[in-house]
Design a protein around this ligand. Structure first.
Ligand code: DC
Length: 225
């Protein structure tokens, strides 16, 4: 097992654009390995919700930095997420919250304020971390780095099905537009933009099943386990 400068535990990073399947794949891989799981996008989503609770403007970098440094979040053992003591599971995953998260995530001081909190998740026996900059910035020495891609159309369709199943009223064309504009904001920001680390393994999931992708990722993890 390689040593890791950011932690004493092995880390597998799974980055990619929204709808690339990162969340589902990462959770399944973490379960198979018996490791913990970091959903870094949830932190940016929680910060965006907290900003709304406190009526902060989304371009007020100084106040958002302070809020990020003191974000009152609890990930319960039952899988619930509490923000300032209240369950926010439903609103956390909406497209609107994702859009707001992408806006606050573009602020360099906010990203820095959340860095230590993310690194603290790397505990034995290991961590699977999902996001946009896990392999490039948060865990640059991770043992295995995966970058998932899929066409914007395939990602919009996946999101459409997921949201429909949850009972949300959604429109495919709007979802595609949202995905494309979120991709652009995540790719073009100056601080830790969405991109594959030089040493990441890229997997195009457009035509692959979830099981196929999990199998491929686990194959790359064999060397670490
Ligand atoms: O993965 P997600 O859809 O929950 O992420 C929501 C937004 O948060 C995403 O559009 C960009 C931002 N994000 C980020 O900038 N860096 C991360 N590591 C994770 C998410």
């Amino acid at each position: 097992m390689n040593s890791n400068v950011e932690s004493h535990a092995p880390v597998v990073t799974i980055d990619g654009p929204s709808g690339s399947g990162k969340g589902t794949i990462s959770q399944l891989v973490a379960k198979q390995l018996g490791w913990s799981y970091l959903d870094s996008g949830a932190l940016y989503r929680l910060l965006a919700l907290a900003a709304q609770h406190h009526s902060l403007e989304l371009d007020d970098e100084a106040s958002l930095e302070t809020l990020a440094a003191h974000l009152d979040v609890e990930f319960t053992s039952k899988g619930d997420i509490l923000l300032e003591g209240e369950s926010v599971d439903d609103i956390l995953r909406t497209e609107e919250t994702g859009k707001l998260a992408s806006v606050v995530a573009a602020l360099p001081k906010v990203r820095l304020a959340l860095l230590a909190r993310q690194r603290a998740f790397a505990q034995p026996p290991g961590l699977v971390a999902d996001g946009r900059d896990m392999g490039t910035t948060v865990f640059p020495s991770a043992e295995v780095k995966i970058f998932l891609t899929a066409s914007a159309e395939a990602r919009a369709e996946r999101r459409y099905k997921q949201l429909k199943e949850k009972g949300f009223d959604v429109n495919l064309a709007h979802l595609l537009q949202d995905i494309e504009s979120r991709d652009l904001r995540d790719i073009q920001r100056s601080s830790s933009p969405l991109k594959a680390a030089d040493d990441a393994i890229e997997i195009d999931t457009t035509t692959l099943s979830i099981d196929d992708v999990v199998e491929q990722v686990l194959e790359h993890c064999k060397l670490v386990k």
